[in-house]
Design a protein around this ligand. Structure first.
Ligand SMILES: Nc1ncnc2c1ncn2[C@@H]1O[C@H](COP(=O)(O)OP(=O)(O)OP(=O)(O)O)[C@@H](O)[C@H]1O
Length: 269
């Protein structure tokens, strides 16, 4: 087991228990979904793994070693996280945004240029070529030189994904990648997520927090279900769909099929 192990993690915010004894594994080369009703603790879990929230108890293991995450060290440890929105620099071009994603893991280049530091032009040219290659893989090379703030939202999301992937993470944390996308964008997104651990030159495991149930069930090898901070079920998509505890977590109703859950969730988001 050389992926991520979350062991007995608990988080308290004052008197509020946001996570309690949460344990699961993200096996190398797999897609793991984290689902649960609003306030279940999904974002808190991502915040623990990326070092923004210190757990009150429990531990993490990453690639076989004890792991105490720090946000500024994530890329160095081979992890990246996308944000719920897109979080692009709206005044920079798409290619420049992707270059920023690499800058944190390189010695010279666009990051130093942004900060006004001396840099190597050759490094910057190489970085730009690489950024455009990632945009190409995500079907967004045609917007490389357009200012990010002017791009359609689904295209911005692709650029944000290219920015996360250019650092070649071994674990990619996707926070609501389907949020704000139309039905026509979901098929290509699902294909892309499935391809990440298997087909790309630098394969990575994926953790996915997502309300869009169709997407979760389509792309995940394993699904972890949180409710009021507790892990109430985990297993294959079919197993969690059949689990009565999951039905109980979602409004005490049967686990809705297809997009019905998404509509409920979106209404309460
Ligand atoms: N910094 C914080 N301080 C206090 N309480 C917090 C903090 N962050 C989260 N919480 C609380 O912890 C609980 C879990 O929140 P969290 O955002 O992790 O849930 P979630 O499953 O991501 O919800 P959503 O689907 O609505 O994004 C909620 O009750 C929330 O109000």
């Amino acid at each position: 087991m050389s992926g991520l192990v979350v062991h007995d993690v608990g988080v308290r915010f004052g008197g509020l228990v946001a996570l309690e004894s949460v344990s699961f594994e993200v096996a190398e080369g797999t897609v793991t979904g984290v689902i649960g009703p609003n306030g279940a603790g999904k974002t808190t879990l991502f915040n623990v793994i990326s070092g923004f929230v210190k757990p009150s108890n429990g531990s993490l293991t990453w690639e076989g070693k004890p792991f105490q995450p720090r946000p500024d060290q994530l890329v160095r440890h081979g992890m990246t996280r996308t944000l719920q929105g897109v979080g692009l620099f709206t005044h920079l071009t798409a290619a420049e945004n992707v270059m920023v994603g690499a800058a944190t893991s390189r010695k010279a280049g666009f990051g130093s240029a942004l900060l006004g530091l001396p840099r190597s032009d050759r490094d910057e040219r190489r970085l730009r070529t690489e950024a455009i290659e990632w945009l190409e893989r995500l079907g967004a090379a045609d917007v490389a030189d357009r200012v990010a703030g002017t791009l359609a939202y689904p295209v911005q999301k692709r650029v944000a994904l290219a920015r996360a992937l250019i650092s070649r993470p071994r674990l990619l944390m996707l926070d609501e990648p389907a949020g704000g996308l139309g039905a026509e964008d979901l098929g290509p997104l699902a294909e892309l997520i499935r391809a990440l651990p298997r087909e790309w030159e630098s394969p990575c495991s994926v953790m996915l927090v997502e309300h869009h149930m169709d997407l979760v069930m389509q792309v995940c090898d394993k699904v972890v279900v949180l409710d009021f901070g507790k892990c109430v079920a985990q297993g294959t998509p079919a197993e969690v769909q059949a689990d009565p505890a999951v039905a109980a977590a979602y409004l005490g109703a049967e686990v809705p099929e297809e997009s019905a859950l998404t509509e409920d969730e979106e209404a309460t988001s």
